[in-house]
Design a protein around this ligand. Structure first.
Ligand SMILES: C[S@@+](CC[C@H](N)C(=O)[O-])C[C@H]1O[C@@H](n2cnc3c(N)ncnc32)[C@H](O)[C@@H]1O
Length: 246
């Protein structure tokens, strides 16, 4: 929509460009701090595939640097969110406790930890261990214990299941950790209203922005890597033209 914007810059710069109490929903998927963890376990990333996140270079902070950075992110998130604004952050299950501790330090109100289950994950090393098919998502609210919650009187479980990302979406985003539009749309419709402002300062290939515009919300996003910033811009321009937003 007209007021939507994307920046090719560090997350914290994007957050400070937005200003105080502007956002209805922050929906984001930051680095999970798994890059070094996987390298230290001698995971043969090249043998997995060339486009794997652990070899991408954007998830290589050590744990304490990552924690310091994420605390700054949460502090800025609490400034940028309106009173009763919502925050959803995707995360690996092994980092859930750390994320809750950091967000609490930033005075965000913890609501829920949920699971995203992928019904058809890559069956990597399926004869050696349990195949990874889950990620966590955490829900917080800002300056209030409740926020917008458009459940239309239905019981919403803390569990969301999708198949892996559709080929048509993957072709447009080509990001190693690209999220399906289905789950992003679900959070956007439930936790914000039409014309509300959705933010994703770690937008990768811009999936949150595509889902926000599809659902008639405004979007501000940021991405540090030029390659993914350009992909996001292209996807968002295409969807804006399709929806006749400009
Ligand atoms: C998990 S991916 C997001 C993928 C996205 N959900 C999608 O569907 O394409 C995280 C993204 O954050 C970016 N990133 C890493 N550190 C950043 C920082 N300090 N500021 C902004 N973006 C950053 C990475 O380049 C990567 O594209």
């Amino acid at each position: 929509m007209k007021e939507s914007k994307v920046y090719n810059q560090d997350c914290l710069k994007t957050m400070s460009a937005i200003g105080k109490e502007k956002a209805d929903l922050i929906l984001t998927d930051p680095p999970y701090n798994l890059g070094l963890f996987m390298k230290n376990r001698d995971t043969n990333i090249n043998a997995m595939r060339s486009n794997h996140f652990a070899g991408s270079g954007w998830d290589d902070l050590d744990f304490s640097e990552w924690k310091d950075y994420m605390l700054k992110f949460f502090l800025s998130a609490n400034k940028v969110l309106k009173k009763k604004g919502n925050l959803i952050i995707f995360m690996s299950l092994i980092k859930v406790e750390t994320v809750i501790e950091l967000a609490n330090k930033a005075n965000l109100y913890y609501k829920t930890t949920g699971i995203w289950h992928k019904t058809n994950p890559m069956p990597r090393n399926m004869n050696l261990h349990f195949v990874n098919s889950t990620e966590a998502w955490l829900h917080f609210t800002s300056k209030s214990k409740t926020g917008i919650f458009n459940n239309n009187n239905k019981i919403l479980h803390d569990f969301f299941e999708t198949s892996n990302i559709k080929n048509s979406e993957k072709k447009e985003g080509t990001h190693p950790t690209q999220k399906p539009l289905e789950i992003l749309s679900f959070f956007i419709k439930t936790l914000s209203n039409k014309n509300g402002l959705v933010i994703d300062p770690f937008m990768g290939s811009g999936s949150t922005g595509v889902a926000a515009l599809n659902n008639y919300r405004k979007f501000i996003g940021g991405e540090i890597k030029k390659k993914y910033f350009n992909i996001s811009k292209k996807r968002l321009k295409k969807i804006s033209a399709q929806l006749n937003l400009f």
